[in-house]
Write a protein that binds this ligand. Structure first.
Ligand code: CA
Length: 218
């Protein structure tokens, strides 16, 4: 799962990036509204954290332009004050949730998790496929109740497939959603991760659909 943070306060942006990366997300940061709008229009994100007070283009305008352009990713708006009019305007402009500054990073992570889950049609924080359970809160994976250790990239890949269970996911889509912008993307590594996940969780967990991609049944 990949998240865009549009935030002009460098310390807050850095702290959010660290927290979200530690929670198993690929993260891009845009320091102003112009770059944020561009990234949101051209890259694939599973959720966006959007500050309203931004240089170049303000957050509400960015959000309206995304929605006008048909971009549907969940957006959580950060409001500078605990102002009801900011919240209402943000929600009306197409925001899915909001948080007033200052906030706890844990709360932001929990809200993003819920947004991502709902966007892919899951009500529970635990995603299941057969006897494999992925807990999106703790980032833990178990098979038949036994904890299985995955690397960060293996977790990201499995998490994306679990969120899109029953659908065929192409290699390109996986690359777009498990790597951040600066990562040296090599599509061959996807096959390597899939092989390792099959070794750890059983060969039946991920099905290769020849010429199309991968699918996780459950
Ligand atoms: Ca700001």
């Amino acid at each position: 799962m990949r998240i865009l943070i549009v935030e002009d306060e460098p310390n807050l942006a850095r702290q959010l990036r660290r927290t979200l990366e530690a929670s198993g997300y690929a993260v891009d940061v845009a320091p102003d509204g112009e770059e944020g709008q561009f990234l949101g229009e051209t890259e694939a994100y599973d959720a966006v954290v959007l500050d309203l007070g931004l240089p170049e283009v303000d957050g509400l305008t960015v959000l309206r332009r995304w929605r006008e352009a048909g971009r549907k990713m969940p957006v959580l708006v950060l409001t500078a004050r605990d102002s009801w009019s900011d919240k209402v305007t943000g929600l009306d402009a197409g925001a899915d949730d909001y948080l007033a500054k200052p906030f706890r990073a844990e709360e932001l992570v929990a809200r993003l998790r819920a947004l991502i889950r709902r966007a892919s049609g899951h009500a529970s924080a635990e995603l299941k496929a057969g006897d494999v359970v992925l807990d999106t809160r703790s980032g833990r994976v178990t098979k038949g109740g036994v904890p299985v250790k995955l690397t960060a990239q293996e977790y990201k890949l499995l998490s994306y497939l679990m969120h899109h269970k029953g659908k065929v996911v192409s290699r390109t889509e996986l690359i777009e959603h498990i790597y951040d912008q600066d990562f040296d993307r090599d599509s061959n590594t996807i096959e390597v991760f899939v092989t390792r996940i099959r070794k750890k969780l059983g060969p039946e967990i991920i099905t290769t659909i020849r010429g199309l991609g991968y699918s996780l049944e459950g």
